[in-house]
Design a protein around this ligand. Structure first.
Ligand SMILES: Nc1nc2c(ncn2[C@@H]2O[C@H](COP(=O)(O)OP(=O)(O)OP(=O)(O)O)[C@@H](O)[C@H]2O)c(=O)[nH]1
Ligand SMILES: [Mg+2]
Length: 506
């Protein structure tokens, strides 16, 4: 099957962010004059740009691997690393970008549209940027994160500049075969062509593509024949050629009424918003099969009428090749003029950023493992933070723990049932594996006591003021209770005594 779709898979790797720098400023009489490590540069993005001058994805078939430049490392004395070089990949207008699962990421419909298909990594902060009131001299910096890496699919639906439309057996496939290298099936029964064919025509300096679509009949817009479905493929064409059969022997058919029928069907076709209705585009009439004498007579007969309606008319034969050169040159002129007009249009400045899930969110997935449950933390932020962490540096690990804690990861781990010593993995696959307590250890806080204390380690014999106060009240309460008890007992005893006295008196 010859299809219209030009497809290519790109293998992309955006630039890596440069690492931040750990450095301390030294002055003559002030050897520790504060942190001055600069930030790493961002990695270069890979950007797709819709360019009306580009018509095929050919260059990507030849070299599908593209990568952005890496960001430079930060340096001492507050010097930032250079940003990695961004890569621009020009694609034809109308290219659809899909991810590996086939889902559409963006449709590059407007000239000039830019799509950051692979964002570069983020440069790591240097220790100067990480310093604040509390943390005056950070002994760590953040690492640069890797740039986006993966495959995307580019698909170019119809690039046809010219579409051939007409009744079945009018000779559309024969025409495309005669003017291009396309070799579609040709036969004298209707609906020979079941799928659109594409051919490339060279007319002088102009090179353009021609689409041969399945034949249309009356009622096609209501689904008769093969329907209008295939007109989807010519939605973006510049010009139409009405191929009219002058040699048909079918009753009730002649070039003029055939044209009426086709025009009515084309008018019923709804083009997508923002595109010119099919019949508002340049149209040319090709009166075909003039190698047959009767056909030639008929063509001569209808020609003035068609010209009176404003059409440019060409009498052609795909058998003798008569009139083909004139037709292809006329089409070339239309296409070239259209391209000039398109290029002159102001390009939109629209940048589309690759969609990704909400930044804030993270999830925890509990997975069963041979050595007990594994708690997997998934989310863009935790993942990035892990990438930014230099695990050789304890301070950096502590900083990571604080960030995760602040996001609520610790809390959530605890709620999901993680215990001290549980295996926690951040990210998919192998990710980064922690034994929870030793590296991130704030379970103690969540379970019993504040950070920095562990009830099993520090058993402090000294009581706090509030504890002492509480004990005091407890003691006082107990005392007053005891006193009250004694009092009631005394009263009771007294009344008993009195009773006895009364009895004695009696
Ligand atoms: N004599 C003559 N016959 C032609 C000419 N062009 C096409 N034919 C014949 O017309 C018949 C139909 O040609 P196709 O090119 O298959 O027609 P089509 O328009 O593609 O038809 P569908 O695919 O069914 O829509 C074939 O038998 C061709 O040989 C021509 O210029 N002269
Ligand atoms: Mg055909």
């Amino acid at each position: 099957m010859v299809t219209f779709v030009d497809r290519v898979t790109l293998h992309l790797s955006a630039g890596k962010g440069g690492n931040g720098c750990v450095s301390v400023k030294r002055e003559k009489f002030k050897p520790m004059a504060g942190p001055d490590g600069g930030n790493g540069g961002h990695g270069g993005d890979i950007v797709l740009v819709a360019d009306p001058q580009v018509t095929t994805l050919l260059s990507y078939h030849h070299s599908p691997h593209r990568s952005g430049g890496n960001g430079g490392f930060g340096m001492g004395d507050h010097r930032s690393g250079a940003a990695g070089e961004a890569v621009e990949l020009v694609v034809p207008v109308g290219t659809v970008v899909k991810d590996v699962s086939g889902e559409t990421l963006v449709d590059m419909v407007e000239p000039g549209m830019r799509f950051i298909v692979a964002p570069g990594g983020i440069g790591g902060l240097g220790n100067a940027s990480l310093a604040n009131q509390k943390r005056k001299a950070p002994g760590f910096a953040l690492l640069g994160t890797p740039g986006w890496e993966g495959d995307v699919l580019l698909e170019l639906k119809t690039v046809a500049d010219v579409a051939l439309v007409g009744y079945p057996s009018a000779g559309k496939s024969s025409l495309i075969a005669a003017i291009s290298a396309a070799r579609p099936k040709i036969a004298d029964y209707p609906f020979t062509t079941l799928h659109p064919n594409l051919g490339v025509v060279q007319a002088g300096d102009v090179r353009y593509t021609v689409a041969d679509v399945p034949g249309l009949i009356e009622g096609a817009s209501e689904g008769k024949g093969l329907g209008l479905e295939f007109l989807r493929h010519v939605e973006r064409c510049t010009a139409l050629v009405h191929v009219l059969d002058c040699a048909t022997l079918e009753p009730g058919r002649d070039p003029l009424s055939d044209l009426e029928v086709i025009l009515a069907e084309l008018a019923a076709y709804p083009v997508p918003e923002g595109q010119l209705p099919l019949l508002d585009r340049p149209q040319i009439v090709a009166l075909n099969k003039v190698d047959v004498p009767e056909a030639r007579d008929l063509a001569d007969l209808v020609r003035p009428e068609l010209e009176a309606r404003g059409y440019r008319v060409f009498e052609i034969s795909t058998v003798s090749h008569e009139g083909l050169r004139q037709l292809t040159y006329a089409l070339g002129d239309i296409v070239a003029a259209h391209r000039v007009a398109e290029a002159a249009k102001p390009v939109v400045d629209r940048v589309v950023i690759r969609p990704h899930g909400s930044e804030r969110e993270f999830t925890i997935r509990v997975e069963g493992g041979t050595y007990g449950d594994i708690y997997r933390v998934l989310g863009a932020k935790p993942l990035r933070w892990v990438q930014q962490t230099d695990f050789q540096n304890e301070e950096a690990v502590g900083y990571l723990a604080d960030r995760l804690d602040k996001l609520g990861v610790e809390d959530q781990l605890f709620k999901s049932g993680a215990q001290p010593g549980s295996t926690v993995v951040i990210g998919e696959g192998d990710g980064v594996i922690f034994d929870w307590q030793p590296s991130l250890g704030s379970i103690a806080e969540l379970a019993t006591a504040p950070r920095g204390t562990d009830p099993r380690v520090d058993v402090n014999p000294r009581r706090t003021t509030s504890e002492r106060r509480e004990r005091y009240y407890e003691r006082m309460d107990a005392k007053s209770e005891a006193r009250a008890e004694l009092e009631t007992e005394r009263i009771a005893a007294k009344s008993r005594q009195n009773g006895q006295d009364d009895e004695e008196q009696v």
